[in-house]
Design a protein around this ligand. Structure first.
Ligand SMILES: [Zn+2]
Length: 307
C-alpha cells in the first residue's frame, strides 16, 4: 500500500521532531481533516524534502508548503553564554484530507487575521479534530483574568505536566485529567500508532535516559499586557526551563521542570533525565555552582509561525 511508504518515511527520517511525527502519522492513519508540521533540512538530510514530497504526491493531501526559513539550535554553552547557530532551513506543511478541510483552514486564517480568536479556535478544533469540551476550555483559558482566578501558579503548571503524562497520544490541550473524550482519543490513537507505525511506537514509548548538568535558564509565567507584569507572583512553585549541558542525540535539549524549590537563574543541577513520549522526568543529585549573567546569543526566536 502507498500509505506504508509514507509512514515508513516519516518513521525513519530525521526531518521531523518526534511530536510532529506523531501529528503526521495520526493525520495519515486515522483520517483527520488536517495537520501542520515543520520539516527541517540540515546539510546531512538535504534529500528529505524531495523524498517527502514524492510520497505526498502519491496522495491527495492538497498541501500548502510554506516558504523556506532558517532555524537555529544550541551550538555550545561556554561560560555564561548559550550560543545558538543557524543549522538549516525549515518548511511548513499544511496537509488536508479533502477540499472542504482546506476551505475551512482558509476561513481559520481569515478569522485569525481579523483577530476573531474565539471563532478561529472553534474552527481549528474542527480542522484538527479536537474534542469540543477541550476547545471550549482552551478558549476560556486564553483569557488571562480567568486563568488567574481558576488556578494558582503551581496548580496550573502541575495540571499541564500531569496532562502530558496521562495523555501522550493526543495533540490537543485536554480540558481536564478526567476528560472522557480525551481518554477515548488517547486510547484510540495509541492503538492506531501501535498497529500501523510500530517502529515509531517503539521509539516514542521507550524510556531514554542520560546524565548531564542542567542549567536553570528561566521560569515560565504569562505576561500581562499592562507593564509586562507576570500573571502570577510569589507562588509556591516554579516551572523552570532547563537546558542540558551535555548533548543527547547530538542536541542540547530544553525541558520544562516543575519544582517547589527556588533556584536562581543560572543554577546548575546535576542529575539524570528520563525521556519518554514527549516529556522528561528528572532526578537531581546535587546543586552545583550558579552561572552569573546567563545569556542567549542567537539570531531568531524559537521555530514557529505567524499569520
Ligand atoms: Zn475535554
Amino acid at each position: 500500500m502507498k500509505i506504508d511508504f509514507l509512514v515508513d518515511f516519516i518513521e525513519k527520517c530525521d526531518c521531523f521532531e518526534i511530536s510532529d511525527k506523531l501529528k503526521l502519522l495520526l493525520f495519515i492513519l486515522s483520517n483527520k481533516p488536517a495537520t501542520f508540521a515543520p520539516l527541517k533540512i540540515y546539510p546531512k538530510n538535504l534529500e528529505d524534502k524531495s523524498h517527502f514530497e514524492k510520497h505526498l504526491n502519491e496522495h491527495n493531501f492538497f498541501p500548502i508548503i510554506g516558504k523556506p526559513k532558517s532555524f537555529e539550535e544550541i551550538d555550545k554553552i561556554s561560560g555564561n553564554k548559550i550560543i545558538w547557530s543557524i543549522k538549516g532551513t525549515w518548511y511548513g506543511y499544511d496537509l488536508f484530507k479533502d477540499k472542504k478541510a482546506k476551505e475551512l483552514f482558509k476561513k481559520y486564517i481569515y478569522l485569525v487575521k481579523k483577530q476573531k480568536h474565539d471563532e478561529a479556535d472553534f474552527i481549528a478544533g474542527k480542522i484538527y479534530d479536537y474534542p469540543v469540551c477541550c476547545v471550549r476550555n482552551y478558549i476560556k483559558e486564553n483569557k488571562l483574568d480567568w486563568l488567574k482566578k481558576k488556578y494558582s501558579y503551581y496548580k496550573y503548571y502541575k495540571k499541564q505536566h500531569d496532562l502530558e503524562r496521562k495523555f501522550p497520544f493526543v495533540i490537543h490541550s485536554p480540558c481536564s485529567l478526567k476528560c472522557k473524550a480525551t481518554q477515548k482519543l488517547n486510547r484510540k490513537n495509541k492503538q492506531i500508532i501501535k498497529k500501523h507505525a510500530p517502529r515509531f511506537y517503539k521509539e516514542f514509548t521507550k524510556k531514554k535516559s542520560f546524565k548531564s548538568d542542567f542549567i536553570v535558564e528561566g521560569e515560565n509565567n504569562f505576561i500581562t499586557g499592562i507593564k509586562e507584569q507576570k500573571l502570577w507572583s510569589a507562588e509556591k512553585g516554579h516551572d523552570y526551563n532547563i537546558i542540558s549541558k551535555n548533548k543527547f542525540n547530538k542536541h542540547n535539549y530544553m525541558f520544562s521542570y516543575l519544582s517547589k524549590n527556588k533556584y536562581e537563574k543560572g543554577t546548575i543541577l546535576q542529575g539524570r533525565a528520563v525521556i519518554q513520549h514527549n516529556y522528561a522526568d528528572f532526578v537531581f543529585k546535587k546543586t552545583k555552582k550558579i552561572i552569573k549573567n546567563l545569556v542567549h546569543v542567537r539570531h531568531f526566536k524559537a521555530l514557529g509561525r505567524k499569520y
